[in-house]
Design a protein around this ligand. Structure first.
Ligand code: PLP
Length: 385
């Protein structure tokens, strides 16, 4: 038996910039006497990120959830929004906070994104938008989604929390749809500790978003919109500016780890690699596998439990399905029989440890463990008796 790791291996580890470099930024903040409210660091990061992400319209927020929540608000959506049940709770919770009703659409069994072919049949008179998620950085079928939206006069919003730097045939992913949200949470490839951004198509939305993230304050004496506090502060922005300098190095490391995972997992029956994107097109945010019980000989949950004995702690992203949250159970679109593929994948996915510091040898060992834990057909017969 392969020996367990000496210390726990988690799904990710935050990217930390050089401490001296960050301290130099802190010195500047101290000298400026400004900690928040659109300070120097904030302005610089906004410009640097707009360039990196290939957009001319970008606003920063204190986290990705508030970015999405206020982005939906700025679009003044009403009624129903077609979305995916296979996502992080924040995606659909942002609909709740905007008094919008989610209409859950089943997913594509390969990319695990919303199945664009199933969207049209869910459109009603009340539908105002499609909120799709580039799950694990795999892009949605953006062309098909846009065609449907154009035909029915719907807005398209992308939750791109996993898609930092993702491109589609060389084109930045935020150039599709009306709006793309990014999350800069500590667990993401690019982080500002907590943080987020919106890239958007229509320039005029910039003003509305500025107001919404700052209590709707037009000036010291005029409140013109029901806003919130969703501003990114100077310490977060400075962190982001330093992490941005090393993000390409981190991507290069993850590229090598992904290749190692792929080579080492090759030929293990019942293990499918979900995250397929490569090179400049990929966000290298996650490395996700699917476990087919019939061929692997164990369920995903059994594998997950077994891995703990080796000190390997992957995550069951995204379990449970959002459509199973108690307050959606009454919705017709949330019924399990309407979401068979999402219902299947949610019991098969496993997000494996994936971060630059992990190193090649650890990846090889994890794959060795996955191979060791596979139950051979012969054994399987005994195992099931
Ligand atoms: C798909 C998705 N959407 C939204 C969020 C929320 O982003 P944040 O944590 O920055 O609020 C996350 C995770 O963090 C996510 O994975």
């Amino acid at each position: 038996m392969i020996s367990p790791f000496k210390s726990p291996i988690y799904v990710t580890r935050p990217v930390f910039p050089d401490l001296a470099a960050y301290t130099a930024q802190l010195n500047e903040i101290w000298e400026s006497s400004q900690l928040t409210n659109n300070g120097m660091q904030h302005k610089r990061l906004e410009g640097e990120l707009a360039e990196y992400l290939g957009t001319s319209h970008l606003k920063l927020f204190s986290n990705g959830t508030l970015a999405l929540l206020l982005g939906l608000k700025a679009l003044e959506l009403k009624g129903e929004v077609i979305t995916t049940p296979f996502t992080f709770p924040a995606t659909v919770q942002c609909l709740d906070w905007n008094q919008l009703t989610p209409v859950f659409c089943d997913i594509d069994p390969v990319t695990l994104n919303i199945d664009a072919d199933k969207i049209e049949s869910l459109i009603t008179e009340q539908t105002s938008a499609i909120l799709a998620v580039h799950v694990f950085g795999n892009p949605c079928d953006v062309e098909k989604i846009q065609k449907i939206a154009d035909k029915h006069n719907l807005r398209v919003i992308y939750d791109g929390a996993h898609a930092f730097g993702t491109k589609i045939n060389g084109k930045p992913i935020n150039q599709y749809g009306d709006m793309t949200m990014y999350s800069f949470h500590a667990t993401k490839l690019f982080n500002t500790v907590e943080g987020g951004a919106l890239a958007f198509k229509e320039a005029h939305l910039g003003q509305t978003l500025e107001l919404l993230k700052n209590f709707g304050l037009q000036d010291a004496e005029h409140v013109v919109l029901p806003g919130l506090n969703a501003k990114m502060n100077e310490l977060q922005a400075a962190m982001g500016r330093e992490v941005l300098k090393i993000v390409e190095t981190e991507r290069a490391k993850r590229h090598e780890l992904k290749k190692t995972y792929e080579a080492e997992l090759h030929g293990i029956p019942g293990i499918r690699i979900v995250t397929s994107m490569e090179g400049p097109n990929s966000s290298y945010q996650y490395f996700v596998i699917e476990v087919d019980q019939d061929r692997y000989g164990r369920t995903r949950d059994d594998l997950f439990n077994q891995l703990a004995a080796y000190q390997v702690f992957p995550r069951k992203y995204f379990y449970p399905l959002c459509s199973d949250f108690p307050w959606y159970r009454r919705l017709e679109s949330a019924q399990p029989e309407n979401l068979p593929l999402a219902g299947k994948s949610v019991h098969q996915v496993l997000s494996m440890p994936f971060y630059g510091e992990l190193g090649m040898e650890a990846v090889k060992k994890i794959c060795g463990i996955l191979r060791e834990l596979q139950v051979e057909k012969k054994e399987l017969l005994n195992y099931r008796k």
